[in-house]
Design a protein around this ligand. Structure first.
Ligand code: SF4
Length: 503
C-alpha cells in the first residue's frame, strides 16, 4: 500500500485533520516523497491515495473509482461526485481496488457513449471477485438512455443523470442498505446550485495544479440541430454569483491561481437570473484577491455582446483568449445547424471584438460533412478559417446523435468524403497554427507555471493566450507568473528562456 501526503502549508485544515486521523488509526507509515507533476504546490496541499483503507481493516473510508469520458463539464461533475462522497469514499487509482465504480460519460460524440458501454462491461466481472461492489452509470449517456441501461446491464446498481449529481451520496447509501437498483434521471426545477463541501478539491482527485474549473451554468437553450446537450443537460440554468465567487475564493485559498468559468454557453449566463449577466459575473470574479487569471468556455457568437467584450478588454485578470466556435462557413449549413447567425454576422462580431482586443487569441470548433454539405459549402468553411485564423481548432466529422433534429435529415455525405474534408481542414489548420506560433518567436510573454514539463529541469506553463510554453525552471515557480522570452515555436508548444537568465 502506498499513501503519499504532501502538506506544504495552505489552508486545507479540515481535510488534513481527517487524513491524519485516518492515517493514525490505520497505522500507516508516512514518508516524504519527491514532488511530482500534478502533486506539486507552492502553498497548497496534495494527496494521492492509491489503495483502499478498508483492506487493512480500517472502516473509515472505502475506495471510489470514477472513469470519466467526454467533455470538461463531465470531468467537473466527476470531481463534484468525489467531493460529495468524501471522506466516506476516497479515490483509488485502480478499479480493482474500488468499492464503488462510477462510469461518467458524455454523449456529445458517439465514441464517448460506446466507451461507457465498454467500460461498464469491463467492470461488471469485478462484482464476482468483490461481493458488495457497487457500479453506476452517470452523466449524459445515463441521462439519455435512463432505465434502458439496466436492460443492457442487469447487475448495474446506479443510474444517475446530469441533474442528480448532488444525490450521489444518498443513492449510494440506498444501494448499500437495501441492495436495490436506484435511478435518478429527473431534471430539477429551480436554479443550479452546488452545495459546498469540506473536501479539498481539486487536490483530492488528481493532485494540486494552480488552474481549475468552476461551473457557472449548465444546460443550453440554443438547440443547435446536431447537438444532444439540451436533451442530456436540460435547459439553461445559472448558478448565483455569490455561490460561484464563494467557490472561486475557496479554490484561491487552496492555491489555485487561474480559474476557467465553465458552462455549455457561458455568455448566456444570467438569462434565468434577475438583474445579472455574464459581464457582471466577470467583474465579480475579477475582484477576488489572489486570483491571477480568468478564462471561460464555451461562448456562443449569437450571445456575445458589447458588455462582454468591454469586460474582457477592461478587466485585468480576464485573459485575451476566446473559444468562439463558428462550426461552418456556409450560411446554408449554419441555417440547417440552427446556429442563429450567418458567417458575416459571426465575422462582424469578431471584428468588433478585435477592436476591443486587437491581440485576442481564438479557438473554435468545426463540423464537416453535415447533411447536404457540398464541396462549395466546404470551400466556404476553408475561406472563413483563413479569415478567422483560430490558433487552435477542434474539428469533427458529423455523426448523427439521437433525439436531435439533424438526426432526421438524411446523412448523405459519404464517410470517406467527410474524412477527406476533415483531412484538408486539419492540414489548413496546421499551417495557421504554425504561423501563429512562429509569430511568438522573440516576444516576451507572461507564463503562469503549471508544473514540470516532460524534459528534466524544464517547467511548463501557459501564456494569457493559452499557448503552452516549456522553459528551464524549478518547481518553486509553480503557481507564479514568470516572464519568458520565446526562442522557438513548434506545432503544439513554444520554447522559452527566463528573462532573468538573459544577458
Ligand atoms: S450552443 Fe448548440 S452546440 Fe453548444 S451546447 Fe447549445 S445546443 Fe449544443
Amino acid at each position: 500500500m502506498r499513501i503519499i501526503l504532501f502538506i506544504l502549508g495552505g489552508k486545507r485544515v479540515p481535510f488534513v485533520n481527517t487524513m491524519r486521523t485516518i492515517l493514525h488509526k490505520g497505522s500507516f507509515r508516512v514518508k516524504s516523497a519527491r514532488l511530482r507533476k500534478r502533486h506539486l504546490t507552492e502553498s497548497g496541499f496534495a494527496v494521492n491515495i492509491p489503495t483502499v483503507f478498508h483492506q487493512k481493516g480500517n472502516q473509515l473510508a472505502k475506495g471510489v473509482y470514477i472513469a470519466t469520458f467526454g467533455c470538461q463539464m463531465n470531468k467537473y461533475d466527476s470531481e463534484k461526485m468525489m467531493e460529495i462522497l468524501a471522506p466516506d469514499y476516497l479515490p483509488v487509482s485502480e478499479p480493482e481496488e474500488a468499492d464503488l465504480i462510477l462510469v461518467n460519460s458524455c454523449s456529445v460524440r458517439e465514441k464517448a457513449e460506446q466507451k461507457l458501454y465498454t467500460a461498464i462491461g469491463r467492470y461488471m466481472p469485478l462484482k464476482k471477485q468483490r461481493p458488495g461492489l457497487i457500479i453506476g452509470a452517470a452523466g449524459c449517456v445515463a441521462q439519455q438512455i435512463k432505465e434502458k441501461v439496466f436492460e443492457r446491464f442487469p447487475q448495474l446498481d446506479i443510474c444517475i443523470g446530469t441533474d442528480a449529481i448532488q444525490s450521489i451520496r444518498s443513492m449510494v447509501e440506498e444501494v448499500e442498505k437495501k441492495r436495490i437498483r436506484v435511478q435518478d434521471t429527473a431534471f430539477r426545477s429551480g436554479g443550479y446550485h452546488i452545495d459546498e463541501t469540506e473536501a479539498p478539491f481539486p487536490a483530492l482527485v488528481e493532485g494540486f495544479i494552480p488552474t481549475t474549473f468552476v461551473a457557472i451554468q449548465k444546460g443550453c437553450d440554443h438547440f443547435c440541430s446536431y447537438c444532444i446537450v439540451p436533451f442530456t443537460r436540460g435547459r439553461e440554468k445559472s448558478r448565483p454569483v455569490e455561490e460561484i465567487t464563494a467557490e472561486c475564493r475557496r479554490m484561491v485559498e487552496s492555491g489555485v491561481r487561474e480559474i476557467t468559468l465553465l458552462g455549455q454557453n457561458v455568455n448566456s449566463y444570467g438569462n434565468d437570473l434577475p438583474g445579472v449577466d455574464f459581464a457582471d459575473l466577470l467583474h465579480a470574479v475579477n475582484e477576488i484577491d489572489g486570483l491571477l487569471r480568468i478564462r471561460f468556455v464555451t461562448s456562443h457568437a449569437a450571445s456575445l455582446n458589447e458588455r462582454q467584450m468591454s469586460a474582457m478588454a477592461g478587466l485585468p485578470k480576464v485573459c485575451e483568449y476566446l473559444h468562439l466556435p463558428i462550426q461552418s462557413g456556409s450560411d446554408r449549413i449554419l441555417h440547417l445547424m440552427n446556429r442563429g447567425y450567418t458567417s458575416s454576422e459571426y465575422m462582424g462580431k469578431l471584428s468588433r471584438l478585435r477592436e476591443y482586443l486587437p491581440n485576442v487569441s481564438l479557438s473554435g470548433d468545426m463540423i464537416v460533412g453535415f447533411p447536404q454539405e457540398t464541396e462549395e459549402d466546404f470551400q466556404r468553411t476553408l475561406e472563413v478559417m483563413r479569415e478567422i485564423r483560430y490558433e487552435t481548432l477542434f474539428a469533427f466529422a458529423y455523426s448523427p446523435r439521437p433525439l436531435t433534429k439533424a438526426s432526421k435529415l438524411i446523412d448523405d455525405v459519404p464517410r470517406e468524403v467527410k474524412l477527406e474534408r476533415l483531412g484538408r481542414l486539419l492540414e489548413l489548420q496546421k499551417e495557421i497554427t504554425r504561423e501563429a506560433n512562429r509569430a511568438y518567436t522573440g516576444k516576451t510573454v507572461e507564463v503562469l507555471v503549471d508544473g514540470p514539463a516532460r524534459r528534466d529541469n524544464e517547467m511548463q506553463g501557459r501564456t494569457r493566450s493559452n499557448k503552452i510554453v516549456n522553459f528551464p525552471g524549478s518547481p518553486d515557480m509553480v503557481g507564479r507568473l514568470i516572464e519568458v522570452r520565446i526562442v522557438a515555436a513548434y506545432q503544439n508548444s513554444l520554447k522559452g528562456r527566463l528573462l532573468s537568465e538573459e544577458d
